[in-house]
Design a protein around this ligand. Structure first.
Ligand SMILES: [Zn+2]
Length: 288
């Protein structure tokens, strides 16, 4: 059984408005049916799904974009019970957005909460107590997008969304569990994150690492940055982290869904390590 722990459903309003294409040349959108078709093709059994990253400030009267997206996705996912697990996204700068997301979680016993730090331009330092308490009480993780600090619009505002502030947040809130996305963009403090009991790392986007690896070279883990995705997974398992990594694709952002899965399948690790990364760790962390 394979579980994909990082999938976006809906449409990327930010990408569409700014004419940003996906790496495979398409606009960043996919509906639930399209995604389930892809799952079936690769024999993926279950997936954690969330909205695309969308900033609230862009939309004038569509102020509650995440609210609308969350509700739509929640309803659509109902038809795929025990297969698709929807977790809501929110804007930490908007109280209503927080309330809507937490209400959904409590009402329907959802398995996590997603924070896309880039588009809401938010350095994850101190989160609203309400959010932290909900995560702790429900014993569910906060999924944090991790950037590379190459984001021009954030550099301008002196906002960091790299692994560094995420680490600080996790250390200050030991009773809250986290998923740091994109293997922390292979930040030089990745090992420190892997060693925290309340943190899991997802692999999403690793197959397109060549696209983002040239930025800010000083931030990267020197041991890993020039390795291929297959070698990176093998090295992390060799270093003893097979319980600390879950596979996620970031579909539909990557070049190919199959490539994103192949770096696990083709890595030189034991069957049991593969099973942990592709299935067991996600089941435990998200309580599926
Ligand atoms: Zn993502």
């Amino acid at each position: 059984m394979i579980i994909d722990s990082h999938v976006h459903i809906g449409k990327d309003i930010f990408g569409i408005k700014n004419g940003i294409l996906n790496f495979n040349g398409t606009l960043q959108k996919q509906n639930i049916k399209e995604y389930v078709f892809k799952m079936n093709k690769l024999r993926i059994s279950k997936a954690i799904i969330f909205p695309f990253p969308s900033p609230l400030c862009q939309f004038g009267k569509d102020d509650f974009w995440y609210h609308k997206e969350n509700n739509k996705l929640f309803n659509d996912a109902q038809r795929y019970e025990n297969r698709l697990y929807f977790i809501p996204a929110f804007n930490p700068l908007d109280k209503k957005s927080i309330d809507y997301a937490l209400e959904l979680i409590n009402k329907y016993n959802l398995r996590g909460l997603k924070l896309h730090t880039r588009t809401v331009q938010y350095e994850p330092k101190k989160l609203d107590q309400k959010i932290l308490k909900t995560l702790e009480n429900n014993d569910i993780p906060l999924v944090l997008h991790i950037g590379s600090d190459k984001e021009a619009e954030l550099i301008e505002k002196n906002i960091s969304i790299s692994l560094e502030p995420a680490l600080k947040l996790a250390k200050e809130n030991k009773n809250v569990r986290f998923v740091f996305a994109h293997l922390g963009r292979l930040h030089k403090k990745l090992e420190e994150a892997l060693n925290l009991d309340n943190v899991m790392l997802d692999t999403s986007g690793l197959s397109i690492k060549e696209v983002w690896k040239d930025y800010h070279a000083k931030l990267f883990d020197e041991k890993l940055i020039n390795k291929s995705p297959v070698e990176i997974i093998s090295t992390l398992v060799e270093d003893g982290f097979e319980d600390k990594i879950i596979w996620g694709s970031d579909e539909p952002y990557g070049l190919s869904y199959k490539n994103e899965l192949d770096y696990i399948n083709n890595s030189n690790i034991s069957r049991s390590a593969k099973d942990k990364i592709l299935r067991k760790n996600s089941i435990n962390w998200y309580k599926l």
